[in-house]
Design a binder for this molecule. Structure first.
Ligand code: NAD
Length: 356
């Protein structure tokens, strides 16, 4: 469904580059790290990665402080829908869209789910028709769930093209970063006062979170093969795996045990955290709890502490960070010597080839 665009940053596809047989594993890693270091200034200055100026996932970080319904929401909703369906953004392509009907009809179905309703009294199935008309889809082995890392997970998916998160699928792409809520009086949509949050007392059945729960359930149900989950390994409160998270309560329970073969836990460490940022470990605490849940459901799992693709992505945005600088100064010297050795052996081969 989703066509993968090749970006000129091979360094992010770490495992495939450092595969024994293609490169010597150690040499491959030096080359890889070196190339990422060499590319960092370009990455940071935006010459090689095009980040959209208004990253919709950014607002997630402040999602508890809400405004009223996003102004012009119908235009944004329909525009994003067309963008996704027609593949107008080069890195968000769907060659076979999951949309049933038109984008205007989808907006109508969406409005019906919340307009003229109390925003704290949403029914669990209010958005089922929306999700049925715009099913999330990811290819086999590419579904990536996240908890606590919205921006990083989204950018990692976009840069590597290796994973798909809910926010890249049709319903997630349309709704991410938007705010909406209804009101019982005309015009049915509240454009004037802050929409209530599910965290406010008496608003457990809040309309936006009801949508995200429905989308998350559908995203989990469609996942096949190896799935991945990226967790914030640098936080302690809440722990990396929070058993009340959407991932724990809506996604994990809806994975199809017959279709999902393996779970890949990615413990991502935040490079901006001072001191020891490796606060969660694969064999301790909340990650152990997650592993028990996975085993109980019959899934096998692997767990990676500090997956380097996520680290390089953070370094691209913060190249002067000591954690990135250390990695580069360590890598560039051997990388330079390896390049010299390779160049010398190529020259010798050329010369001997000419003589023969
Ligand atoms: P998380 O704790 O990082 O929360 C992600 C978002 O969901 C935050 O905006 C948070 O405020 C909201 N949220 C989480 N629990 C909530 C609750 N009980 N009541 C109201 N809002 C709540 O990670 P998570 O909860 O595991 O959710 C992440 C997973 O669920 C991802 O796979 C993601 O695709 C999906 N999701 C996405 C969004 C979104 O706005 N893009 C929102 C919810 C869930």
């Amino acid at each position: 469904m989703r066509t993968k665009q090749t970006l000129p940053i091979q360094g992010f596809e770490i495992e495939s580059i450092a595969t024994p047989g293609i490169f010597h594993p150690v040499m491959g890693q030096f080359l890889l790290l070196g190339s990422v270091c060499l590319f960092l200034p370009f990455l940071a200055s935006g010459h090689m990665i095009h980040y959209r100026s208004a990253d919709p996932s950014a607002s997630l970080l402040n999602s508890q402080a809400r405004g009223p319904t996003t102004s012009n929401i119908s235009d944004i909703f329909v525009g994003r829908c067309e963008e996704h369906v027609q593949c107008l953004q080069q890195d968000q392509c769907n060659t076979n869209t999951t949309l049933r009907g038109t984008c205007d009809q989808l907006w109508g179905t969406f409005v019906d789910a919340f307009a003229y309703k109390d925003p704290c009294q949403a029914g669990n199935d209010d958005y089922d028709a929306v999700i049925a008309a715009a099913m999330p889809h990811a290819n086999k082995d590419e579904s990536l769930f996240w908890s606590g890392l919205p921006k990083l997970a989204l950018n990692n998916g976009r840069v590597t093209g290796r994973y798909t998160i809910l926010e890249e699928t049709l319903p997630g792409y349309i709704a991410n970063g938007l705010t909406w809520c209804g009101q019982t009086g005309a015009p049915g949509i509240n454009y004037n006062t802050p929409c209530p949050s599910a965290y406010s007392s008496g608003c457990a059945n809040e309309t936006m979170y009801t949508f995200w729960r429905a989308a998350s359930r559908a995203f989990a149900r469609q996942a096949t093969g190896t799935i991945s989950v990226a967790l914030d390994g640098s936080r302690t409160n809440p722990p990396a795996f929070r058993n009340t998270s959407t991932f724990a309560t809506n996604e994990l329970p809806n994975l199809n045990t017959a279709a999902v073969t393996h779970v890949n836990i990615l413990l991502v460490y935040d490079i901006s955290v001072k001191g020891d940022n490796r606060r969660a470990l694969c064999d301790k605490g909340s990650i152990k709890d997650l592993q028990t849940l996975l085993t109980d459901r019959g899934f096998t799992y692997t767990c990676i502490e500090g997956p380097r693709g996520f680290k390089f992505l953070q370094c691209a945005g913060d190249p002067d960070n000591a954690r990135c600088v250390e990695a580069c100064s360590f890598a560039v010297i051997p990388n330079a010597s390896i390049a010299l050795v390779l160049a010398a052996s190529l020259l010798i081969k050329l010369v001997t080839g000419v003589r023969n």
